[in-house]
Write a protein that binds this ligand. Sequence first.
Ligand SMILES: [Zn+2]
Ligand SMILES: [Zn+2]
Length: 248
Amino acid sequence: MNLVLSIASHAFDAALALVYPQPCAICGGSVESRHDGVACARCWNEAPLFRGDETLCWKCGALSLANVSDDKRKTIRCSRCDDDAFTAARACGLYEGALRASILELKRQPHVARRVAQLMFDVQQREPLNRADVIISVPLHHDRERERGFNQASVLARELARLVGLPFDEHSVVRRVHTERHRAGMDAKARRQSVANAFTVRHPKSIAGKRVLLIDDVFTTGATVSACATTMKDAGVTEVFVLTVARA
Ligand SMILES: [Zn+2]
Ligand SMILES: [Zn+2]
Protein backbone atom coordinates (compact mmCIF):
# COMPACT_ATOMS: atom_id res chain seq x y z
CA MET A 1 0.00 0.00 0.00
CA ASN A 2 1.39 3.40 -0.85
CA LEU A 3 1.90 5.93 1.89
CA VAL A 4 -1.00 8.20 0.99
CA LEU A 5 -3.43 5.31 0.86
CA SER A 6 -2.02 3.95 4.11
CA ILE A 7 -2.53 7.27 5.87
CA ALA A 8 -6.01 7.57 4.34
CA SER A 9 -6.83 4.08 5.62
CA HIS A 10 -5.70 4.92 9.14
CA ALA A 11 -7.64 8.18 9.06
CA PHE A 12 -10.65 6.19 7.92
CA ASP A 13 -10.19 3.73 10.80
CA ALA A 14 -10.10 6.65 13.21
CA ALA A 15 -13.24 8.12 11.65
CA LEU A 16 -15.01 4.76 11.95
CA ALA A 17 -14.11 4.55 15.61
CA LEU A 18 -15.79 7.90 16.15
CA VAL A 19 -19.06 7.23 14.38
CA TYR A 20 -19.99 3.86 15.88
CA PRO A 21 -22.66 2.80 16.65
CA GLN A 22 -23.93 3.51 13.15
CA PRO A 23 -27.09 2.47 11.30
CA CYS A 24 -27.02 -0.97 9.67
CA ALA A 25 -26.94 -0.73 5.85
CA ILE A 26 -29.51 -3.53 5.63
CA CYS A 27 -32.07 -3.21 8.42
CA GLY A 28 -31.37 0.27 9.77
CA GLY A 29 -30.72 -1.18 13.23
CA SER A 30 -27.62 -0.33 15.21
CA VAL A 31 -24.13 -1.59 14.30
CA GLU A 32 -22.45 -1.71 17.70
CA SER A 33 -19.02 -3.02 16.71
CA ARG A 34 -16.80 -1.49 14.05
CA HIS A 35 -15.52 -5.00 13.34
CA ASP A 36 -18.90 -5.74 11.76
CA GLY A 37 -18.47 -2.97 9.17
CA VAL A 38 -21.77 -1.85 7.66
CA ALA A 39 -24.05 -4.64 8.92
CA CYS A 40 -25.39 -5.24 12.45
CA ALA A 41 -24.77 -8.45 14.40
CA ARG A 42 -28.31 -9.65 13.69
CA CYS A 43 -27.90 -9.23 9.93
CA TRP A 44 -24.54 -11.04 10.12
CA ASN A 45 -26.27 -13.90 11.93
CA GLU A 46 -28.80 -14.11 9.11
CA ALA A 47 -26.22 -13.88 6.31
CA PRO A 48 -26.10 -16.92 3.98
CA LEU A 49 -22.53 -17.92 4.84
CA PHE A 50 -20.83 -21.19 3.88
CA ARG A 51 -19.68 -22.97 7.02
CA GLY A 52 -17.53 -25.61 5.42
CA ASP A 53 -19.93 -28.54 5.76
CA GLU A 54 -22.08 -27.80 2.67
CA THR A 55 -21.86 -30.05 -0.35
CA LEU A 56 -20.28 -27.97 -3.09
CA CYS A 57 -19.01 -28.54 -6.58
CA TRP A 58 -15.42 -29.27 -5.50
CA LYS A 59 -14.15 -27.23 -8.41
CA CYS A 60 -16.23 -24.04 -8.67
CA GLY A 61 -17.87 -24.05 -5.24
CA ALA A 62 -21.48 -24.00 -6.49
CA LEU A 63 -23.95 -25.40 -3.95
CA SER A 64 -24.86 -28.97 -4.80
CA LEU A 65 -27.98 -30.91 -3.88
CA ALA A 66 -26.06 -34.17 -3.98
CA ASN A 67 -26.14 -36.10 -0.75
CA VAL A 68 -22.75 -37.71 -0.26
CA SER A 69 -20.59 -38.95 2.57
CA ASP A 70 -17.64 -36.79 3.65
CA ASP A 71 -15.06 -38.93 1.87
CA LYS A 72 -16.87 -38.43 -1.49
CA ARG A 73 -17.16 -34.64 -1.36
CA LYS A 74 -14.06 -34.15 -3.49
CA THR A 75 -15.71 -36.06 -6.33
CA ILE A 76 -18.67 -33.64 -6.69
CA ARG A 77 -18.64 -31.61 -9.95
CA CYS A 78 -21.42 -29.42 -11.35
CA SER A 79 -20.03 -29.89 -14.92
CA ARG A 80 -20.79 -26.23 -15.81
CA CYS A 81 -17.25 -25.31 -14.74
CA ASP A 82 -15.44 -28.06 -16.67
CA ASP A 83 -13.70 -25.57 -18.99
CA ASP A 84 -12.62 -23.15 -16.26
CA ALA A 85 -8.85 -22.89 -15.80
CA PHE A 86 -8.78 -22.67 -12.00
CA THR A 87 -8.34 -25.71 -9.76
CA ALA A 88 -10.99 -24.69 -7.23
CA ALA A 89 -13.05 -21.61 -6.31
CA ARG A 90 -14.64 -20.85 -2.95
CA ALA A 91 -16.57 -17.96 -1.42
CA CYS A 92 -17.51 -16.93 2.12
CA GLY A 93 -21.20 -17.06 1.22
CA LEU A 94 -23.90 -15.87 -1.16
CA TYR A 95 -24.06 -12.33 -2.57
CA GLU A 96 -26.91 -11.25 -0.30
CA GLY A 97 -27.45 -9.36 2.94
CA ALA A 98 -24.36 -8.55 4.98
CA LEU A 99 -21.86 -9.85 2.40
CA ARG A 100 -23.46 -7.86 -0.42
CA ALA A 101 -23.57 -4.70 1.72
CA SER A 102 -19.91 -5.20 2.72
CA ILE A 103 -18.85 -5.59 -0.93
CA LEU A 104 -20.76 -2.49 -2.02
CA GLU A 105 -19.11 -0.53 0.82
CA LEU A 106 -15.69 -1.81 -0.26
CA LYS A 107 -16.22 -0.20 -3.68
CA ARG A 108 -16.53 3.14 -1.86
CA GLN A 109 -13.87 2.83 0.86
CA PRO A 110 -10.58 0.86 0.86
CA HIS A 111 -11.29 -0.77 4.19
CA VAL A 112 -12.02 -4.43 5.02
CA ALA A 113 -14.18 -4.96 8.11
CA ARG A 114 -12.56 -7.44 10.50
CA ARG A 115 -15.63 -9.70 10.23
CA VAL A 116 -15.11 -10.00 6.44
CA ALA A 117 -11.37 -10.58 6.77
CA GLN A 118 -12.00 -13.33 9.32
CA LEU A 119 -14.51 -15.06 7.04
CA MET A 120 -11.99 -15.03 4.18
CA PHE A 121 -9.32 -16.36 6.52
CA ASP A 122 -11.61 -19.23 7.60
CA VAL A 123 -12.27 -20.24 3.97
CA GLN A 124 -8.57 -20.01 3.08
CA GLN A 125 -7.70 -22.40 5.92
CA ARG A 126 -9.86 -25.17 4.41
CA GLU A 127 -8.93 -27.59 1.69
CA PRO A 128 -8.01 -27.09 -1.09
CA LEU A 129 -7.31 -23.33 -0.87
CA ASN A 130 -4.75 -23.87 1.90
CA ARG A 131 -2.36 -25.34 -0.69
CA ALA A 132 -1.62 -21.92 -2.26
CA ASP A 133 1.74 -20.27 -1.63
CA VAL A 134 1.20 -16.75 -3.00
CA ILE A 135 -1.77 -14.37 -3.08
CA ILE A 136 -2.67 -12.33 -6.18
CA SER A 137 -5.70 -10.09 -6.69
CA VAL A 138 -7.69 -9.79 -9.92
CA PRO A 139 -6.23 -6.58 -11.34
CA LEU A 140 -8.30 -3.62 -12.43
CA HIS A 141 -7.43 -1.76 -15.60
CA HIS A 142 -5.25 1.18 -14.52
CA ASP A 143 -7.73 3.75 -15.88
CA ARG A 144 -10.44 2.23 -13.73
CA GLU A 145 -8.17 2.02 -10.69
CA ARG A 146 -7.25 5.68 -11.10
CA GLU A 147 -10.93 6.57 -11.35
CA ARG A 148 -11.78 4.72 -8.12
CA GLY A 149 -8.52 5.41 -6.32
CA PHE A 150 -7.92 1.77 -5.39
CA ASN A 151 -8.60 -1.81 -6.46
CA GLN A 152 -11.05 -3.41 -4.02
CA ALA A 153 -9.69 -6.89 -4.80
CA SER A 154 -6.19 -5.72 -3.81
CA VAL A 155 -7.51 -4.30 -0.55
CA LEU A 156 -9.02 -7.72 0.26
CA ALA A 157 -5.89 -9.58 -0.86
CA ARG A 158 -3.54 -7.43 1.19
CA GLU A 159 -5.59 -7.93 4.35
CA LEU A 160 -5.84 -11.70 3.80
CA ALA A 161 -2.11 -12.00 3.08
CA ARG A 162 -1.39 -10.24 6.37
CA LEU A 163 -3.67 -12.61 8.31
CA VAL A 164 -2.46 -15.79 6.60
CA GLY A 165 1.20 -14.84 6.39
CA LEU A 166 1.52 -15.46 2.64
CA PRO A 167 3.21 -13.04 0.23
CA PHE A 168 0.93 -10.73 -1.78
CA ASP A 169 2.14 -10.23 -5.35
CA GLU A 170 0.48 -7.06 -6.57
CA HIS A 171 2.58 -6.46 -9.67
CA SER A 172 3.04 -9.62 -11.74
CA VAL A 173 -0.41 -9.74 -13.34
CA VAL A 174 -1.97 -6.73 -15.05
CA ARG A 175 -5.19 -6.01 -16.89
CA ARG A 176 -4.62 -4.64 -20.35
CA VAL A 177 -8.23 -4.47 -21.54
CA HIS A 178 -10.98 -2.45 -19.91
CA THR A 179 -13.68 -5.10 -19.47
CA GLU A 180 -14.90 -4.17 -16.02
CA ARG A 181 -18.42 -3.26 -17.11
CA HIS A 182 -20.07 -6.02 -19.06
CA ARG A 183 -22.82 -4.87 -21.36
CA ALA A 184 -26.28 -5.69 -20.11
CA GLY A 185 -27.68 -8.82 -21.69
CA MET A 186 -24.30 -10.44 -22.30
CA ASP A 187 -24.65 -14.17 -21.87
CA ALA A 188 -21.98 -16.35 -20.29
CA LYS A 189 -20.30 -17.09 -23.62
CA ALA A 190 -20.15 -13.41 -24.63
CA ARG A 191 -18.70 -12.52 -21.21
CA ARG A 192 -16.08 -15.20 -21.60
CA GLN A 193 -15.04 -13.90 -25.02
CA SER A 194 -14.93 -10.28 -23.85
CA VAL A 195 -12.58 -11.11 -20.97
CA ALA A 196 -10.52 -13.87 -22.65
CA ASN A 197 -7.45 -11.75 -23.39
CA ALA A 198 -7.90 -9.15 -20.70
CA PHE A 199 -4.89 -10.12 -18.60
CA THR A 200 -1.17 -10.36 -19.10
CA VAL A 201 1.72 -11.43 -16.88
CA ARG A 202 4.45 -8.83 -16.55
CA HIS A 203 6.89 -10.86 -14.46
CA PRO A 204 6.50 -14.58 -15.39
CA LYS A 205 9.64 -15.56 -13.48
CA SER A 206 8.22 -14.36 -10.20
CA ILE A 207 5.11 -16.58 -10.42
CA ALA A 208 6.25 -19.61 -12.47
CA GLY A 209 6.00 -22.85 -10.50
CA LYS A 210 3.76 -21.26 -7.84
CA ARG A 211 0.32 -22.18 -6.56
CA VAL A 212 -1.69 -18.96 -6.62
CA LEU A 213 -4.64 -17.91 -4.47
CA LEU A 214 -6.52 -15.43 -6.68
CA ILE A 215 -8.71 -12.91 -4.84
CA ASP A 216 -11.78 -11.03 -6.10
CA ASP A 217 -14.86 -9.55 -4.47
CA VAL A 218 -17.63 -11.48 -6.27
CA PHE A 219 -17.75 -14.71 -8.28
CA THR A 220 -20.51 -14.39 -10.88
CA THR A 221 -20.01 -16.58 -13.94
CA GLY A 222 -16.37 -17.33 -13.18
CA ALA A 223 -15.36 -15.88 -16.57
CA THR A 224 -13.05 -13.23 -15.12
CA VAL A 225 -11.13 -15.45 -12.69
CA SER A 226 -10.95 -18.23 -15.27
CA ALA A 227 -9.42 -15.88 -17.87
CA CYS A 228 -6.95 -14.61 -15.28
CA ALA A 229 -6.11 -18.23 -14.34
CA THR A 230 -5.54 -19.17 -17.99
CA THR A 231 -3.08 -16.29 -18.40
CA MET A 232 -1.19 -17.21 -15.22
CA LYS A 233 -1.00 -20.90 -16.14
CA ASP A 234 0.35 -19.98 -19.58
CA ALA A 235 3.07 -18.14 -17.64
CA GLY A 236 3.98 -21.26 -15.66
CA VAL A 237 1.74 -21.10 -12.57
CA THR A 238 0.96 -24.70 -11.59
CA GLU A 239 -2.40 -24.22 -9.85
CA VAL A 240 -4.84 -21.37 -9.36
CA PHE A 241 -7.25 -21.34 -6.42
CA VAL A 242 -9.91 -18.62 -6.23
CA LEU A 243 -11.33 -16.97 -3.14
CA THR A 244 -14.10 -14.37 -3.34
CA VAL A 245 -16.10 -12.74 -0.58
CA ALA A 246 -19.35 -13.85 -2.19
CA ARG A 247 -20.78 -15.75 -5.11
CA ALA A 248 -23.79 -14.53 -7.05
ZN1 LIG B 1 -28.99 -5.11 10.39
ZN1 LIG C 1 -18.64 -26.43 -10.74
